[in-house]
Design a binder for this molecule. Structure first.
Ligand SMILES: CC(C)(COP(=O)(O)OP(=O)(O)OC[C@H]1O[C@@H](n2cnc3c(N)ncnc32)[C@H](O)[C@@H]1OP(=O)(O)O)[C@@H](O)C(=O)NCCC(=O)NCCS
Length: 172
């Protein structure tokens, strides 16, 4: 998996040594408020990192998740998944530790992953969804050039509650 560099960030593979940094944000209820996973138990964070390490040694993969780092510190994660090879379509997502919010890091990481999706993966359409109340995430998606295309009603179950999603997409 290639490393991606931006002005301030290095996006690299996760290792099991990242446990403490990942668990700090993945167990934070405020970070998990609008996503269907978490707040993580220790075991769930371990499983996440084990899956990341296993994925890194697979030849054929359709999902890439980078550790978003600044000066060696893990701030969060950013990923892209190919949802249809035939239609060259993918989906993007990201998460940052609360201490890293409001500094443009998510925008910087998402822009780099989107560029990877166009050039390295040859995708023609990349989608992302966010909960209507997640204005910070919607702003990130707009800043990287995505447009809101619709509202997916009753799209996810988040801790027992059915939630709508906004559908965003960028087209090459
Ligand atoms: C969604 C999430 C990643 C957004 O993080 P964020 O810090 O708000 O987004 P950015 O890192 O791009 O920061 C943008 C803010 O930093 C400011 N900023 C500072 N320096 C900046 C720079 N160099 N470039 C861009 N923005 C900059 C911007 O003005 C912007 O503030 P504003 O939204 O008030 O205008 C974060 O809230 C998060 O991790 N949430 C929990 C997980 C989650 O919800 N993930 C998404 C699921 S859909």
């Amino acid at each position: 998996m290639p490393e991606l560099t931006t002005e301030r960030l290095l996006l690299r593979e996760f290792t099991t040594d990242d446990f403490e940094a990942v668990h700090a944000y993945a167990a934070d209820p405020e970070v998990c408020r609008h996503v269907s996973w978490g707040p993580n138990t220790v075991e769930q964070t371990r499983e996440f990192l084990e899956e990341m390490v296993a994925a890194s040694s697979r030849d054929a993969r359709d999902s890439w998740t980078w550790a978003v780092t600044d000066a060696g510190a893990v701030l969060g994660a950013c990923s892209v998944t190919v949802t249809s090879r035939e239609h060259r379509r993918g989906e993007m997502g990201y998460v940052l530790a609360r201490s890293a919010w409001g500094r443009g890091y998510a925008t910087e990481a998402a822009a780099a992953v989107l560029a990877f999706a166009w050039t390295a993966l040859g995708l023609e359409r990349v989608e992302a969804t966010c909960r209507p109340g997640n204005t910070a995430s919607a702003a990130v998606l707009r800043r990287v050039g995505m447009q809101q295309e619709g509202l997916l009603r009753s799209h996810l179950v988040i801790r027992g509650r059915r939630e709508d999603s906004l559908l965003f997409a960028a087209v090459r």
